[in-house]
Ligand binder design. Structure first.
Ligand code: C2E
Ligand code: CA
Ligand code: CA
Length: 637
């Protein structure tokens, strides 16, 4: 609307100038000058109005309803003012008869044509809002009609009628144009709104996609890359040249979580991530691979920092005291791998092997991957590869170690211990075998394999009238966590019709720490009548409450407190304390690692109810057990 008014005003001025000029020529110079001055003043007023600020033009999608109402009121007021100004301008033009003696002078034709022209122009220009051109054309055309009728002759009367018709036609055209303009505006606005909403939808979809991409590659808690993001980034850097990989694993983090809670654990992880970032060279990449495991990848040559120096800085940074925590408890072990390997997976396993060795050396150590570790890694791989064949071909054996009552004569139990003689590598230590099974995904197969042998032993015992002898089977933390141990064991016992009371499951305190994860399974076993023993008691972090929660029936004092106990006051004190604890809580106590006659006697004097150790009997294969133990047994009543 403002645009059309502003476009029409120069024409209005030109025609006004022409009228004034003709008025001068025809001897109406004074009236012409006054008329032109008034006309110019009104036109200036209209220009001013069109340029005045109007609230209603500033509507945006986020305008509030109150602001929108105020804007609409302002726009309405503005329109009314423009109509009034147009009407004023129309009144000025309605005064043209003063310049041509009421359309009777010789210049009548000129003024009529000018009036018709300017009114037609106003309507053709003012398509946006019909009321403005109508307010403008009404006074001059009515004034023409009145003057013509007042002149009184027939021709002029006819002409006046024609002018009225003309006015009607213009009015009709103005409203039609306005309707057309509104429709076009509506379509245009809809198209703009559609385009805007599409742009907004596009922007929010892109933002969502960005966020999803970020989440897929970053760790929410620390903001570092996650495993997937790290692998992605590392793969591309690996192609660029020699890099070093450091795998970090926090020492004592589990304890922070258990003692201070998960929220505190999260704060520690965030702080550790911050410290890693602070130490990281500019070209480095840091990630949280999961839990309390972190990784760092960087180029030692480009950064000028050798990998052992960076590892030492990381160890020092993490070892700094943490606000609100017992500073002595958190540390980090680091495995470092440098140089080129055929793949990132290979680099990761090398660094992992170094990390494993660093952990074994105690907390706050780093270890470089070297030839020795490469050989060990190769052995582990050979083991992983050969274990499934060994399981399939029944190359693994289960040996049994006797457990005796206080008299060291009455056989009360047997502990099943797995044995594997690798054709090339010789005897494999059972803990290595258990770890190998876990990395090779054979945990459940191994458990089922050993369970079969344990069940077979239970059948032998029953057949020999030794049904009171209990068979103990070790279940590692990995087995407890990954395998439905309770279901498998109960199902097997039921199928073979073996009494659950003949079986005991030995779990280590390490397993017992993650109580929430194992509680359900242990309860299942205990409900079924299977007994639970807490193994290696004394070297972990067991609490009295965990003993109760785990429904342990028995504790096995770790052999490090038993072997050589006759010579050590400390050990004796500890064993006595555990025996007292057992009596108080109604738990049976077994002393493991009885290696000498002196230790045996000391334990007997202390009243230790159950005894196990090389001095009483080593772990042995079934035939040897039958010959040596069963033949001259005294079974418990
Ligand atoms: P553990 O459960 O504490 O088993 C007792 C270990 O102490 C056995 O070692 C046994 O041979 C050894 N031992 C027994 N008496 C004496 C002694 O008087 N002196 C000394 N020095 N050692 C003695 P082994 O068979 O090498 O097993 C080591 C560990 O491997 C076991 O410790 C157990 O945690 C694990 N393990 C063994 N067999 C199995 C199994 O079938 N499944 C699982 N998950 N773990 C097993
Ligand atoms: Ca054991
Ligand atoms: Ca043990």
């Amino acid at each position: 609307m403002r645009g059309s008014v502003l476009a029409a005003i120069p024409v209005n001025m030109l025609l006004g100038l022409a009228s004034t000029w003709v008025a001068f020529h025809s001897g109406h110079g004074e009236a012409g000058a006054i008329w032109f001055t008034v006309s110019t003043a009104v036109n200036l007023l209209r220009i001013g109005l069109c340029r005045a600020p109007c609230l209603g033009l500033g509507l945006t999608p986020d305008t509030t309803p109150a602001m929108a109402a105020a804007s609409l009121r302002s726009a309405d007021r503005h329109l009314c003012a423009c109509i009034a100004a147009a009407f004023l301008s129309g009144l000025v033009w309605a005064c043209q008869p003063l310049l041509c003696e009421g359309y009777t002078s010789a210049q009548t034709l000129f003024y009529l044509v000018i009036t018709c022209g300017i009114t037609a122009g106003a309507v053709t220009h003012g398509t946006a809002y019909a009321r403005i051109p109508l307010a403008f054309i009404l006074p001059p055309l009515l004034s023409v009609t009145v003057c013509l009728v007042a002149a009184g002759d027939f021709d002029r009367d006819c002409l006046a009628a024609c002018v009225l018709l003309y006015l009607l036609a213009l009015t009709h055209t103005a409203f039609r144009s306005e309707a057309g303009f509104c429709e076009a505006s509506r379509i245009k606005n809809e198209a703009t709104a559609l385009a805007r909403s599409r742009a907004e939808a596009h922007a929010s979809v892109s933002a969502l996609a960005d966020e999803m991409r970020r989440r897929a590659t970053h760790d929410d808690l620390t903001g570092l890359f996650n495993r997937a993001g790290f692998i992605q980034q590392a793969e591309s850097r690996l192609q660029a040249g020699a890099i070093s990989l450091l795998l970090l694993d926090l020492d004592g983090f589990k304890l922070v979580n258990d003692v201070y809670g998960h929220k505190a654990g999260d704060r520690v992880l965030v702080e550790v991530a911050r410290r890693i970032r602070a130490v990281l060279p500019g070209n480095g990449l840091a990630a949280r691979l999961g839990g309390d495991e972190f990784a760092v990848l960087y180029d030692p040559a480009a950064s000028g920092i050798p990998q052992d120096q960076l590892a030492a800085s990381l160890v020092a940074a993490v070892a700094q005291p943490l606000d609100g925590f017992d500073a002595g408890r958190l540390g980090v072990s680091i495995g470092v791998h440098s140089g080129t390997e055929p793949s990132l997976t290979e680099m990761l396993s090398c660094a992992d092997a170094a990390l494993y060795a660093a952990k074994a050396a105690g907390r706050n150590h780093y270890r470089m991957f070297d030839a020795g570790l490469r050989e060990r890694l190769q052995i582990r791989r050979d083991l992983e590869r050969d274990l499934s064949t060994a399981l399939a071909e029944a190359d693994l054996e289960v040996w049994f170690q006797p457990i005796y009552a206080l008299d060291a004569q009455t056989l009360v139990g047997l502990e099943a211990l797995v044995r594997w003689q690798h054709p090339r590598l010789g005897w494999i230590a059972p803990p290595d075998l258990v770890v190998t099974a876990a990395t090779a995904g054979l945990t459940e197969s191994l458990l089922r394999y050993i369970l079969e042998q344990v069940c077979a032993m239970m059948q032998i015992l029953r057949a020999r009238g030794l049904g009171t002898v209990r068979v103990a089977m070790n279940v590692s933390p990995q087995e407890m966590a990954q395998v439905p141990v309770d279901e498998i064991v109960i199902e097997r016992l039921n199928r073979l019709d073996l009494p659950p009371a003949m079986l005991e499951i030995e779990i280590t305190e390490e397993t017992a720490l993650d109580i929430a994860a194992v509680q359900g399974k242990l309860h299942g076993l205990s409900r079924a009548g299977i007994r639970v023993a807490l193994d290696d008691f004394g070297i972990g972090y067991s609490s009295l409450s965990s003993l109760r929660q785990l429904r342990a029936d028995r504790i096995k004092i770790d052999r490090s407190f038993v072997t050589g106990l006759s010579d050590s006051d400390d050990k004796r004190g500890l064993v006595l304390a555990v025996l007292g604890l057992g009596r108080m809580l109604g738990l049976e106590v077994v002393a493991e690692g009885v290696e000498s006659d002196e230790d045996l006697r000391t334990l007997q004097t202390m009243g230790c109810p159950f005894l196990q150790g090389y001095h009483l009997g080593r772990p042995m294969p079934v035939p040897e057990l039958e010959a040596k133990v069963f033949a001259n047994r005294i079974a418990a009543a």
